[in-house]
Structures are given as C-alpha cells and as structure tokens.
Design a binder for this molecule. Structure first.
Ligand SMILES: Cc1ncc(C[n+]2csc(CCOP(=O)(O)OP(=O)(O)O)c2C)c(N)n1
Length: 320
C-alpha cells in the first residue's frame, strides 16, 4: 500500500507542477516577456507523466512543438523550463529554442520539432542506433493525430516493424489538427486496426488516469523487450486551450464547449487529487504539497525574469 501511495503522490506532484506551470504562463504571457509562440499541454498531463514515470532516466523521448508537459515530466527542471520560455542565457538552450524547440539531451529529452511528424523518423533512427550499440536505451516518440496524416509516420512505422527496432510510439489523439477533426481528415475508421496489420504491438485507451497510463507503458516496454517488436500506444485526451496560445477557443466554432465539459469531468489532475484522498492523504497534506510546488514555480519565474539574455556572440553558435 505504501508503494502505491508513494507512486501516486509522485504522479500527482508532477501533474500538479505541470498544470500550475502552464497556469503561470497563462497569467504572465500578456506581459510580452515570453517571446515564443506557445502550444499548451493542458489536458494531456496524465500521458506525459504516466509514460515518463515508466522510463529510465537514460531513455530518450522525442516530442512535438506541444511538449511543455513532456519536458517537465522527463526533466523535472522547472528552472530551466522558465529560463527557456523567457529566452534567457541561463537556460540549457540559452533561449534559442523557446516553447516549440525544447531540447535537453542530458535528461534524455532529445528533440522537439515544429514540423509535424518530423520527430518520428529521427526517433526511429535513434532507436536503431541504440539497438546497434546495445546500450539498453529505449526511445519513445510522441506525436498527434495530425502526424499520422504524413507519409513520414507510415515510412517510420514500416521501417521500425521491418527492422525490429525497439521503440514505443505514443499517439496522442486529441481529435483535432489545428481546427480540423480526425473525421474530416482520416479516410479510415480505426488507425489501431491498420497499425495492427504491421508487426507492431498495439494498445488503445481513453483513460485520463495516470496510473493506468503508467501500467500500459510498463506493459508495452516489457513486450517490446520480449518480442523485439515496436509498440504503438493510442492515447486519447482533450486539448483544453486553443491550438496555439493561452486562451480557450470555443467561440471559433470548430468544436463545442460541451465536448470540453465532458472531458473536464475526468480532468487528470483533479482525478489524481481525488485518488490521493481515497488513498488516505488529508486535505492539509495535499495543500502543503501544492504550496511547496507553487512556491518553487514562483521562484523559477522570478529567476527567469531576472536572468540576462545571451549576448550577440551566441547568435550563430549551436545552430544546425
Ligand atoms: C509538415 C507540416 N505540415 C503542416 C504544418 C502546420 N501545422 C502545425 S500544427 C498542425 C496540426 C498538428 O496536429 P496534431 O499532430 O494532431 O498535434 P496537436 O497540435 O493536436 O498537438 C499543422 C497541420 C506543420 N507544422 N508541419
């Protein structure tokens, strides 16, 4: 029981930290000090935290431009995250990446890319290198339902299945690519039925329960190791905010607020808080945990605001 409590409180701390970090971005964005287009992760926290909690520190993740949750779940480096959001020299990338190009190989957070699906072949290449080097590192590639509209996805899947490359594909399905729904774009009923025809292990879930996603990931990783086949995990979630930016967008007309309200009833962060209460945590204990995280985030934002910008000599360094 204690192990279960410890695991669940660690999930909650990470998800709460991610949610509050993004709420703080919402609060400060209008000050125009964060000069970076921002794709928010709100609603997807259970996926990033559930998957990353099942990984070793040395395992490698490849994300998209919507990777705040993934970055914080894999690195837990809130200081660096805000320094990068504010474009400051103290960040690992010295402010050259911004929200869309977060990257921290020292934590196994390999790349993020704004070009839809472009991280997938790169992830497959890294996974091939890991197999070749026999270094026991697992690659996990995250991408949205828009990425499977690209040939790069299908070619990468094919190569990984053909060459038995150990890799976990995380299909983060929020039902929309910008403003178009999957039903307007996909000429098939079920992607999982298609992927199953490849030599690939396939699982699908609508859950917003972080522990279930953690278990699904652990099972997938052990099956990859046993069978030497790639795995494809189809995970549904709902994007709470507009495609890019920090506001809601239900007035635009491409989706209905009622859809959001349904998902909000199963909000991953609230669900996990309720689970901790059921596991015996008191309201005071949770408030104490939350205060520590709130204070830490406020400190990181203050540090980022105070930090200097990189000077001009940095401009052309470390660019490819
Ligand atoms: C190759 C390419 N085509 C088009 C775009 C424009 N674009 C940016 S985001 C996006 C939608 C991607 O949707 P999805 O993969 O579902 O991810 P989400 O934004 O929902 O996280 C598109 C089409 C792009 N960045 N790259």
């Amino acid at each position: 029981m204690n192990a279960k409590k410890d695991l669940n409180v660690s999930f909650y701390k990470k998800m709460y930290m991610i949610r509050v970090s993004e709420e703080q971005i919402q609060k400060h964005y209008h000050e125009d000090e964060m000069k970076t287009p921002t794709h928010m992760s709100m609603g997807a926290e259970a996926i990033a935290v559930g998957v990353c909690s099942a990984l070793k520190e040395t395992d490698q993740v490849f994300g998209t431009y919507r990777s705040h949750a993934l970055y914080l779940a894999k690195t837990a480096d809130i200081d660096d995250f805000f320094a990068e959001m504010y474009g400051k020299a103290t960040a690992l990338l010295k402010g050259k990446g911004g929200s869309m190009h977060l990257c921290a190989p020292r934590y196994g957070f390999m790349i993020t890319s704004a070009i839809v699906a472009s991280n997938i072949p790169v992830g497959v290449g890294a996974a091939f290198a890991n197999k070749y080097l026999d270094n026991q590192k697992m690659v996990v590639v995250f991408f949205g339902d828009g990425a499977v509209d690209e040939g790069a996805f299908w070619e990468s899947l094919n190569a990984a299945c053909l060459m038995k490359i150990p890799i976990l594909f995380i299909y983060e399905d929020n039902g929309y690519a910008v403003h178009s729904s999957t039903t307007q774009r996909h000429g098939y009923l079920s992607i999982t039925e298609i992927v199953k025809k490849f030599n690939c292990l396939v699982k699908s879930s609508y859950t917003t329960d972080v522990e279930e996603i953690y278990d699904l990931t652990l099972n997938s990783l052990s099956e990859i190791n046993k069978t030497e086949q790639p795995a494809f995990l189809h995970l549904k979630y709902y994007r709470y905010l507009e495609h890019v930016g920090v506001f809601e967008d239900f007035k635009v007309g491409y989706r209905d607020r009622a859809e959001f309200e349904k998902w909000k009833m199963r909000d991953p962060v609230i669900l996990q808080r309720d689970k901790l209460i059921k596991l015996g945590f008191s309201e005071n204990e949770l408030l104490h945990i939350e205060k520590e995280i709130n204070d830490k985030i406020s400190q990181c934002i203050a540090n980022a605001k105070r930090a200097p910008f990189a000077d001009e000599t940095e401009l052309h360094k470390e660019l490819y």
